[in-house]
Design a protein around this ligand. Structure first.
Ligand code: SF4
Ligand code: SF4
Length: 509
């Protein structure tokens, strides 16, 4: 186990916090290591006092895992740092069975479109010059197809989190922390969504890289994580669930910006009110001045909304924690000014959001002052129509990675040929059985929707890097042409039979 210099140790607890196998704890203000320490070295790298060192030798019963450069020393009954490899009675085994079934069973359009099996449970062949763990062939629609699978440690990896919400989360470029440490950044907004980037090569190799890798993996595996945007919100995020922002679960994704909402619902709004201000942190819409308002027969009412004018009926909102993600918390404050020469007593002004979740009505009195009034049933119906047109707010995630490096050596002796085949559509890259989008240009940089991947398919190693199940599928002819490891090919049916036999034997033990 790891050697601790007690005099140097200040009991700060960073080693315990980051140990991937919970093999170190702080007792009486000093770090104490447990027997099942795997010598992964994480604690050495996070200790500010250099109080830790790896021992010269490993315990006699421990096995050294060679599946990645970390080289864990694993005692019987224990896992390595990545929690993939287990010392089962003196034999190192990948604790998860190889997954043959694909997450989706839609029909193939071409023989190489889908892998013959997934890389989940395949393990890693390290160093990369060795052939991938499984190179498998089968006949698909009369074509000989080969799938090469591995679990590839990818230091060029991260996750893009898409949060469908109008809530303000923080300014673009702000750092995102987990447990006080930097794991990502706020990116530019997409239509109706706030985007976060977690991880990436430079954060993974930085001082908080272990936590960044762990965070990527937990997100991709569907676990809940709590993140804090510097100068912004606290986010509780779980893929497939509604986002919780500053303790409030958001319900709806906006139907569009304020201008788009006016555009879509101008006729319905004009039937029930004289004016509508649709609050949105991006574009606030003003019904009567908007071209859509004119189209349905309205003339500008003289109401000026509390936002910065862009073009007719379109105003830029200010970001904040108020209505529609603006800085307006009191709907009355949405009305900046009323031009007396145009307005009239009794004018009905609706203030609402692009999600229709909150709405308020003001009626001008004889002095042309807005007075709050109850929403009429007809107005409620239109607001409900806007709300019903919105999708549910949810969190989604796209794993991003680059397999254009050494991982190619497990597939072929000529790595460039694999890259070219992927870009030419002659080899298909899938991740845990899910289709990928390959970025244009050089390399094999891909995006994959984590919800389409085999569940709990991602892991991490403390190099640090995330580990993704990678599958390349192509015709056998193409595989031969690219200089593939033909001598390693096994038949799919034979492999399945072998795996069934192994599972049966393991069950007997
Ligand atoms: S070397 Fe790794 S397993 Fe051992 S105590 Fe340190 S972090 Fe934990
Ligand atoms: S991190 Fe995992 S793959 Fe790497 S040496 Fe340890 S057990 Fe093996």
């Amino acid at each position: 186990m790891v050697v601790i210099e007690r005099e140097k140790c200040t009991g700060c607890g960073r080693c315990a916090r980051d140990c991937p196998v919970a093999a170190i704890e702080v007792k009486a203000k000093k770090a104490v290591a447990a027997e099942h320490c795997v010598h992964c070295g994480v604690c050495l790298r996070v200790c500010p006092e250099a109080a830790l060192a790896l021992p010269a030798a490993i315990q006699t019963e421990a096995l050294t895992c060679t599946a990645c450069p970390v080289r864990c020393a694993i005692l019987p009954g224990y896992f390595g740092a990545c929690r993939r490899y287990l010392n089962r009675g003196g034999e190192l085994v990948r604790e998860r069975e190889l997954v043959f079934d694909l997450p989706e069973s839609r029909p193939r359009e071409k023989a190489i479109e889908r892998p013959l099996l997934t890389g989940v449970g395949a393990g890693t062949a390290y160093p990369c010059c060795r052939p991938a763990p499984y190179i498998v062939q089968d006949m698909v629609d009369g074509v000989e197809v080969v799938t090469v699978v591995t679990e590839a440690p990818l230091s060029y990896s991260g996750v893009k989190l898409k949060i469908d919400t109008n809530f303000f989360i923080g300014v673009e470029g702000a750092v995102v922390r987990r447990r006080g440490r930097v794991v990502g950044r706020v990116e530019t907004e997409e239509y109706g969504s706030k985007m976060l980037s977690i991880g990436g090569a430079n954060l993974l190799t930085g001082k908080d890289g272990f936590l960044a890798a762990r965070t990527i993996v937990e997100i991709c595996n569907g676990e809940k994580v709590t993140l804090k945007v510097e100068g912004g919100a606290t986010l509780e995020l779980q893929v497939g669930k509604k986002p919780v922002i500053n303790g409030i679960e958001d319900q709806k994704m906006r139907v569009g910006c304020g201008s788009a909402t006016v555009g879509m619902f101008a006729a319905a709004l004009a039937r029930v009110v004289d004016e509508a201000i649709v609050l949105d942190h991006h574009v606030v819409g003003l019904l009567s001045e908007h071209f859509a308002g004119e189209y349905v027969g309205l003339k500008w009412s003289g109401v000026v909304p509390n936002a910065r004018r862009s073009t007719r009926g379109r105003y830029f909102g200010a970001h904040g924690t108020g209505w529609g993600g603006t800085n307006i918390h009191d709907p009355r404050a949405a009305i900046l000014e009323i031009k007396r020469e145009l307005a009239w007593p009794g004018m009905k002004i609706l203030v609402t959001e692009t999600t229709g979740q909150q709405a308020a009505l003001f009626v001008l009195d004889d002095a042309l002052e807005p007075v709050a009034a109850e929403l009429t049933p007809e107005i409620k119906e239109v607001v409900a129509l806007i709300s019903a047109s919105c999708q549910e707010a949810r969190v989604s995630a796209v794993y991003t990675g680059g397999t254009g490096g050494s991982a190619r050596a497990g597939v072929t002796r000529y790595p460039l040929r694999l890259t070219e085949a992927v870009h030419a559509g002659e080899a298909t890259l899938t991740i845990g059985g899910a289709p990928t989008f390959i970025l244009p240009g050089g390399g094999i940089n891909f995006l994959v929707d984590v919800e389409k991947v085999v569940p709990r398919a991602f892991t991490w190693v403390p190099t640090p890097a995330t580990v993704a199940p990678v599958e390349y599928t192509m015709t056998r002819e193409k595989y031969r042409e690219m200089g593939g490891h033909l001598e390693q090919i096994v038949d799919l049916s034979r492999l399945k039979k072998e795996k069934r036999k192994q599972a049966k034997e393991a069950g007997k033990r």
